[in-house]
Design a protein around this ligand. Structure first.
Ligand code: E4P
Length: 218
């Protein structure tokens, strides 16, 4: 499973990318606003730090303007994935950009039929939002199960399932068990993946015993 960082915070992205475990980045207008940076500057910088796909979202809602914005974003760096919302204009934009060989991430997906449309429109990634589903008392992971199962029935579809709006490591485990291709994780959730209290406790005990030996490896 690929791990993307869901953030526009360049310091966090740089820090996590140094682990060599970051396969890409997703941003959205809210994350860019939170960063306090200029959108195009921050996206270009992220593209230099992470070689994998970096999602940058259009903000127009009509097809002609979305397409122009998407073309501009796609021209910023070879690893840009243009993010478009799952609307009819967004799907048209996806089709036009993917036909011109740009990577496209179709975002704000909340149903299986929406995911089917995005795949037919040539999306590189479909982003179903699990956490926001859970927030309204629905089962976000059931949506991932449906989309993964549907896409598997049609091997010609190459769209990757990018699990978004991830809130905790259990979402990641469930998504991996279902065979989703990518999880995009807020930095704190990505860090949480490595944590376990028994790891900390075990390491403390090993180090205490090692100290008693008076030895050193180097
Ligand atoms: C995905 O690309 C989105 O940026 C993100 O996962 C949304 O998550 P949220 O529901 O926590 O805002």
């Amino acid at each position: 499973m690929k791990f993307f960082v869901d953030s526009a915070d360049i310091k966090e992205i740089r820090d996590l990318a140094e682990t060599g475990l970051v396969d890409g980045v997703t941003t959205n207008p809210s994350l860019v606003a939170k960063s306090g940076r200029k959108f195009l500057d921050v996206v270009k910088e992220i593209c230099q730090v992470v070689p994998g796909p970096v999602s940058a979202e259009v903000t127009a809602t009509d097809f002609p303007t979305m397409l122009k914005e998407g073309q501009k974003l796609a021209g910023l760096a070879p690893n840009i994935a243009v993010k478009v919302p799952l609307t009819w204009d967004g799907l048209k934009t996806c089709r036009a950009l993917s036909s011109a060989d740009a990577k496209v991430n179709v975002t704000l997906c909340f149903s299986a039929p929406q995911a089917l449309l995005a795949a037919k429109a040539g999306a590189t990634f479909i982003s179903p939002f699990v956490g926001r589903h859970d927030d309204i008392g629905q089962d976000g992971m059931a949506l991932i199960a449906d989309i993964v199962a549907i896409y598997r029935n049609y091997p010609a579809l190459t769209t990757e399932v990018l699990v978004a709006s991830v809130r905790h490591p259990i979402h990641v485990v469930q998504a991996a068990k279902l065979g989703a291709h990518v999880c995009t994780l807020p930095p704190n959730v990505l860090r949480q993946l490595a944590n376990h209290p028994l790891t900390d406790k075990g390491l403390d005990a090993f180090l205490a015993d090692w100290k008693k030996t008076g030895q050193s490896i180097l």
